[in-house]
Design a protein around this ligand. Structure first.
Ligand SMILES: NC(=O)c1ccc[n+]([C@@H]2O[C@H](COP(=O)([O-])OP(=O)(O)OC[C@H]3O[C@@H](n4cnc5c(N)ncnc54)[C@H](O)[C@@H]3O)[C@@H](O)[C@H]2O)c1
Length: 360
């Protein structure tokens, strides 16, 4: 079977995981990492030489010149839509980073085009690939906690994320768009329910004082189908001294039980003279050491990307999209999450409960 020929758009912090996942599947002859497109000559040259592939500064040229089966997109959020549409229009399967787009209308365009073309459109909601979350979902779906009553989900990033990592575009995002979407997708995937209404509050001050005009924290109370309620609290101003980049977790309570998952502290602690105390992230366990040797990377960050490439391989070998249904975070999932995130923005701006029926 011919491997999946893939091009990556965006070679920044998260683009590294896309490149790494494809490179790893290349070792198993399941994928062929062909090219990368980034914004500047400098970053294109850097990733091109690190991964031994062709580098472009115009993603359109990469798609037009290379014979690709699939494109993965990990550029700033506001660019996802145009890049996805371009790739789909030219017959490429697409993995797009979360959030799929910042507008529900944009997501609909993307979903419609993928459907018209019969192509796979997958969104990188990787919390679904965390084995603890998979177990949690199975137990909830098996009725172990009875009738679910309420969910509490939180995700908190260190302040270096908006101030250093995403400094060029953090003001175009927010803690809800950047990390809240992960938690909302997780809750709807665990419970199989969609939001009915949302009441949200946003706090500003710390980042705006540093010249980044966006929220520090967002709290959203979500009424979901069947009377379930869900609170999602997110911020990206955790002190730089915190022991991990991300603090996160989820609790779900029902009539017959409850499950609590601390997604940050899984019981492993490191203390090194150079770094102080840290805790490893299960998303990227054993990745740092493997980057340069292309040894096997582990963790749900790369598993989610590899899953997309394996889905494309399945399609390339004659499989159908219908057989993959409900087995990956789809464009339709991405659309529903963006719809809620847009409603969160309206609720914050207008200080009111927003019914999802008001959304496009
Ligand atoms: N799945 C996750 O948990 C996760 C985590 C972090 C980031 N992300 C998402 O990944 C995306 C990228 O985030 P990041 O942290 O890598 O950002 P980043 O700023 O580190 O990287 C952005 C990349 O996009 C490239 N780029 C910008 N404009 C471009 C253009 N016109 N053509 C080609 N390349 C262009 C830049 O050169 C850079 O390589 C965002 O959508 C973000 O939300 C997802």
């Amino acid at each position: 079977m011919e491997p999946v020929r893939v091009g990556v758009i965006g070679g920044g912090i998260w683009g590294n995981y896309h490149l790494l996942a494809a490179k790893h599947l290349e070792n198993e002859s399941k994928a062929r990492l062909v090219a990368v497109a980034t914004r500047t000559e400098q970053s294109a040259a850097k990733q091109s030489s690190a991964f031994g592939i062709r580098g472009y500064t115009d993603y359109r040229r990469m798609i037009d010149e290379q014979d690709l089966d699939a494109v993965t997109i990990c550029t700033p959020d506001h660019l996802h839509r145009e890049m996805t549409l371009y790739a789909l229009e030219r017959g490429k399967h697409v993995l797009v980073e979360k959030p799929m787009d910042l507008t529900t209308r944009g997501c609909r365009e993307m979903v419609d085009l993928a459907e018209r073309k019969g192509l796979l459109l997958q969104v990188d909601y990787h919390k679904r690939y965390d084995p603890y979350n998979i177990d949690l979902r199975q137990k909830v779906r098996a009725g172990k906690i009875g009738k679910p009553y309420y969910v509490y989900a939180y995700m908190e990033d260190k302040i270096i994320v908006p101030t250093q990592w995403l400094k060029d575009w953090a003001a175009l995002s927010s803690p809800f768009w950047f990390i809240g979407v992960h938690k909302y997708d997780l809750v709807r995937w665990i419970t199989g329910r969609e939001a009915v209404a949302v009441l949200a509050h946003g706090s500003k001050g710390k980042l705006s004082n540093l010249g980044i005009d966006t929220f520090d924290a967002v709290s959203a109370w979500i009424e979901m189908e069947g009377g379930l309620t869900c609170t999602v609290d997110v911020n990206w101003v955790l002190p730089a001294q915190f022991e991990a980049v991300v603090n996160q977790g989820v609790r779900i309570i029902g009539s017959e039980g409850m499950i609590e998952l601390d997604g940050q502290d899984r019981g492993a602690r490191y203390a090194f003279a150079a770094d102080g105390m840290t805790t490893p992230n299960l998303g990227a366990i054993a990745i740092a050491d493997s980057v340069f040797g292309w040894k096997e990377p582990h963790g749900y960050f790369v598993d989610a990307i590899k899953d997309f490439l394996l889905n494309v391989l399945f399609l390339k070998s004659g499989g159908g999209l219908v057989q993959l249904q409900d087995r990956y975070p789809s464009g339709q999932d991405g659309l529903q999450v963006t719809r809620l995130a847009e409603a969160v923005e309206i609720s914050i701006r207008e200080h009111r409960l927003v019914h999802l029926s008001e959304m496009p």
